[in-house]
Write a protein that binds this ligand. Structure first.
Ligand code: PLP
Length: 497
């Protein structure tokens, strides 16, 4: 498919701008363009066809099953879009006075109340823009809390299991803490013996995803909590996997002091491709004084933004956070109502159903009931047929599915991390399992077929090393002199040449 720049024809136009009927002021020559902007020149139907065709080359949750583990690619109900588009929400100016934004502030406050209920904690900041920023904000709160107690110098270490998502160690390093990695035991839990030897009075806290990235709920969570409590350290809960436990168990009850909630995962937002996300944090009362400003306050039914927080860590994002994300997630939560628990139950049921269908044909390192996702290993296919996890993922595209997450978590060789979510019908889950089983058979009978996949996609197997090393991310006009000449001629015309 050609780029829009390659389709450009000199002088072709989608619209005609009428000649100005007022005098046009001279642009001072030092400010005037020396060169015409290199914009593609096309008629309106060509533009429409171009982008419509592009959209059909993209895979999304609206086109098919998207079991990308850890990312919770669930269906985004259309009612959410209707509500976020309401003029009072969509047209709201972020600098409007509180009394002119009561509806929006009330929505944010109500969203916070639901997050408190779901997490079992005491206060919320909606500001962080994503889970990763929630992590950084949470660790900044750790610093502020210990600084307030005069212990910040002494507490340097944050414990992280070896199954952690990459953002966890990145946040630890960015926030100025040191990393203490801890091992995973034979059942997929944190290795408690390893942990005991690593926690002391220099420990600031723990960062844990529970259920973990293996899709397993840590069976020793109370013992782990006691270890950290015994040295007065704090506990951070990476809430990316909250879709497994909503209405069933709460991070606050497990002993955690800070939780981030990935609104774009658990509470349904169109995401992927770096789109807008939301990573609010919920905290225990001991951390509330340090929360970012502004804080949304409810004075008996009147809502306002409170900036008067002497111990605040400051701002982590403009205004109160990504407002459109809040409207969608709030709508999503309210359409479930108290039935949010059912959302998690169905997500867990779907994952276990698929696990049961697949675990005889793919390796499973930790053979337990899973939560909302599970991690298979293609190491058996690699050993016996030379087909690896990447080959399986690419071949799934020929069957019309988005591949699962691969090669993560790092503790599982040839990992295939599958998360169906609660959105999918049994027929879809079965069709995906059938494809996975067919691929396992193909690996034995026709390994080349799997190895060279995908066969039916517009983009075939890429040279990933070359793609990473020789990045071409910009159209090079030098290689397309025709467009350049057209642009320059336009400029000459404007100049009246
Ligand atoms: C997605 C994810 C994160 C990071 O969240 P973002 O919202 O993508 O920044 C952190 N931890 C885990 C386990 C995740 O799956």
């Amino acid at each position: 498919m050609k780029l829009i720049f390659e389709k450009s024809q000199p002088g072709r136009r989608g619209i005609g701008v009428p000649k100005p009927d007022l005098p046009v002021p001279e642009v001072p020559s030092e400010l005037a363009r020396k060169e015409a902007p290199r914009l593609p020149e096309l008629a309106e139907p060509e533009v429409l066809r171009h982008f419509t065709e592009l959209s059909t080359r993209n895979f999304g949750i609206d086109t098919g099953f998207y079991p990308l583990g850890s990312c919770t690619m669930k269906y985004n109900p259309r009612i959410n879009e209707r509500l976020v588009g309401l003029p009072g929400f969509a047209g709201l100016h972020p600098l409007v006075e509180d009394d002119a934004a009561q509806g929006a502030l009330e929505l944010e406050w109500r969203l916070q109340e639901i997050l408190l209920e779901v997490t079992g904690l005491d206060a919320v900041s909606l500001q962080p823009a994503a889970g990763s920023q929630g992590e950084l904000t949470g660790l900044m709160l750790f610093h502020a809390y210990f600084r307030d107690k005069g212990e910040d110098e002494q507490r340097r270490k944050i414990v992280i299991p070896d199954t952690a998502h990459g953002t966890n160690p990145a946040s630890v390093t960015m926030s100025g803490y040191e990393l203490t990695p801890v091992k995973t035991d034979a059942r997929g839990n944190i290795d408690v013996e390893d942990l005991r030897g690593k926690v002391d009075e220099h420990t600031a806290g723990l960062m844990l995803t529970n259920p973990s990235t293996l899709g397993l709920f840590d069976e020793n969570i109370e013992e782990i909590r006691d270890i950290f409590r015994s040295v007065d350290a704090l506990m951070y809960y990476d809430g990316a996997n909250l879709n497994a436990v909503c209405g069933i168990s709460r991070p606050g009850d497990m002993g955690f002091d800070v939780v981030h909630i990935n609104l774009h995962k658990t509470f349904s937002q169109p995401h992927g491709g770096g789109g807008p996300g939301g990573g609010p944090i919920a905290v225990r009362d001991i951390l509330e004084p340090f929360l970012p400003v502004p804080v949304i306050v409810n004075d008996s039914g009147t809502f306002r933004l409170d900036y008067d927080r002497p111990k605040t860590i400051g701002k982590v994002r403009a205004f109160t956070g990504p407002f459109g994300v809040f409207v969608r997630s709030y709508a999503f939560m309210r359409s479930y109502g108290p039935g949010l628990r059912e959302m998690s139950e169905v997500a867990v049921l779907n994952a276990n159903y698929m696990l049961a269908r697949l675990k005889n044909d793919y390796d499973l390192l930790y053979d337990r009931l899973c939560m909302h996702e599970f991690v298979l290993s293609a190491r058996n296919l690699k050993k016996e047929h030379g087909v690896n996890a990447l080959d399986v993922a690419k071949r799934l595209m020929d069957y019309g599915f988005h591949p699962p997450t691969v090669y993560f978590p790092l503790v599982v060789p040839e990992a295939l991390m599958i998360e169906p979510t609660e959105s999918e019908a049994k027929e879809t889950l079965d069709a995906f399992c059938d494809a996975m089983l067919a691929i396992a058979r193909e690996a034995a009978d026709e390994p080349e077929l799997v190895h060279d996949a995908p066969h039916s996609r517009p983009v075939k197997r890429l040279d990933e090393v070359r793609a990473a090393k020789e990045q071409i991310v910009r159209f090079r006009f030098e290689e397309h002199p025709a467009e350049q000449r057209a642009g320059d001629r336009e400029l000459e015309l404007q100049k009246g040449a």
